[in-house]
Design a protein around this ligand. Structure first.
Ligand SMILES: Cc1cc2nc3c(=O)[nH]c(=O)nc-3n(C[C@H](O)[C@H](O)[C@H](O)COP(=O)(O)OP(=O)(O)OC[C@H]3O[C@@H](n4cnc5c(N)ncnc54)[C@H](O)[C@@H]3O)c2cc1C
Ligand SMILES: *[C@@H]1O[C@H](CO)[C@@H](O)[C@H](O)[C@H]1NC(C)=O
Length: 383
């Protein structure tokens, strides 16, 4: 059931915010493109794989996509439904019509004809073939869920989900719930669970920077005029005053690396506190050390320090990995094994033979918007 090969100038893989931003920039410069998306909707991460209470963490001026600002009526921190509405309007405005249910299985550069050849698996059966001079990887930093290997996990008698399956604490009232992973998702899911009356614990394995939302947004503004290490010192100081020493609750700050330095160097985002810290201090949320194994025939969760607890539910907020290397051939100069850019910022978006990536430099929506504009300008000059 193969259709013919569709020809275009640029092929974008992924219709999340990054792919949409790129499509809009192409539209503005009249660059023909095709956008391929494995799911049946745009921005599937926000539509299908995030929790209800989610708000964008940064102020709206830092989260809007190119050529169409957020409506002025939007609150400073955009809630999930409003963001989805904005993205829908964005796609309509720029006439972006993704080819949904097209999972890219293979993309390779054909030296002879100097074109990218892309093969997709179409949901419901069939394959799609596309060819273009340029190829844009917009599959996101969060394309595949990651759950670490835990001894005995398959024996666990309770419910196990990944954070992308969590919607709200409804249904978890009075249950013993363990959240594994103390990134932004894990911390906010723990808060949500606790507010719904779940007996909530969270695994905090390594040191983290907990920062207030206003301080991190102020810090981002300061970055424009003050060197990063000074902004980091400021953030650490301010947040020590706000939250105090949390060591006795099982939470330490990284001793050397500041909040922004950690993000830029290792992609370790600071934790923007939405109220979780207060619940940890009041004892409503318990902090536990790293997970070791599941024992007693699947009833007991054992932690690194030897303590054991029983849980009804385990929620893995352990993040994501990328599988770009599984489908992209000839992208070795641009992307590493983990699907992240090899060239250093600010040259991370451009590879060889007309290959580009957008939104993979750990700079959030703001970085994606910049990448999209750079890519469109670059291609515009070439054609
Ligand atoms: C819970 C949560 C909250 C977040 N909050 C913020 C925030 O407040 N601010 C911020 O800046 N960032 C936030 N992020 C980070 C977020 O990942 C990005 O900002 C944003 O989603 C990046 O968009 P993207 O288009 O690059 O990736 P994605 O939104 O992940 O989109 C990639 C798309 O590519 C598709 N795709 C993947 N592989 C294939 C394939 N092989 N073939 C076809 N299609 C494919 C996926 O289905 C997906 O639709 C958050 C992330 C999470 C998980
Ligand atoms: C293990 O760590 C938890 C949380 O920090 C603590 O409550 C518990 O007492 C510790 N158990 C042992 C055996 O050290």
């Amino acid at each position: 059931m193969s259709t013919g090969v569709e020809q275009t100038v640029a092929i974008i893989v992924g219709a999340g915010p990054s792919g949409l931003a790129t499509a809009a920039c192409f539209h503005q410069l009249s660059i023909p493109y095709i956008i391929l998306e494995r799911e049946d909707c745009i921005a599937s991460l926000f539509y299908k794989k995030s929790y209800n209470r989610l708000h964008l963490h940064l102020t709206k001026n830092l989260c809007q996509l190119p050529h169409l600002p957020f409506p002025s009526s939007y609150p400073t921190y955009v809630p999930r439904p409003d963001f989805l509405k904005y993205l829908d309007d964005y796609a309509t405005h720029f006439n972006i019509i993704p080819r949904f249910c097209n999972l890219v299985k293979c993309a390779k550069y054909d030296e002879d004809v100097k074109r990218w050849k892309v093969e997709t698996e179409v949901e419901g059966g069939g394959v799609g073939w596309y060819e273009g001079r340029f190829m844009v990887v917009a599959t996101g930093e969060t394309s595949d869920v990651f759950i670490p290997e835990v001894d005995g996990l398959s024996e666990f008698k309770g419910e196990v989900i990944h954070s992308t399956q969590y919607k709200s604490g409804k249904g978890y009232e009075n249950k013993n719930v363990l959240v594994v992973g103390s990134g932004n998702s894990g911390m906010e899911i723990a808060l949500d669970l606790s507010e719904y009356g779940a007996k909530t614990s969270i695994v905090v394995r390594s040191p983290i920077h907990i920062v207030s939302r206003w301080s991190v947004n102020l810090g981002l503004m300061l970055l424009k005029i003050i060197p990063l290490h000074l902004v980091d010192s400021f953030l650490v100081l301010v947040n020590k005053v706000i939250y105090g020493d949390l060591t006795s609750y099982g939470i330490q700050r990284p001793p050397k690396e500041g909040p922004f330095a950690g993000k830029v160097r290792n992609g370790k985002y600071p934790i923007i506190d939405m109220g979780t810290t207060e619940k940890i201090k009041s004892g409503e949320i318990q902090v536990l050390p790293a997970l070791k194994s599941i024992q007693a025939g699947g009833y007991e969760v054992v932690f690194e320090n030897g303590s054991c607890h029983q849980f009804d539910v385990i929620i893995f907020a352990t993040g994501f990995k990328r599988s770009t290397h599984m489908w992209l051939q000839g992208g070795d100069c641009l992307l590493n094994e983990d699907g992240l850019p090899k060239p250093m910022y600010p040259n991370h978006w451009k590879g060889e033979n007309g290959l580009y990536c957008v939104g993979l430099a750990r700079r959030g929506l703001y970085g994606a918007a910049m990448d999209a504009e750079n890519i469109a300008q670059h291609i515009f000059k070439l054609i």
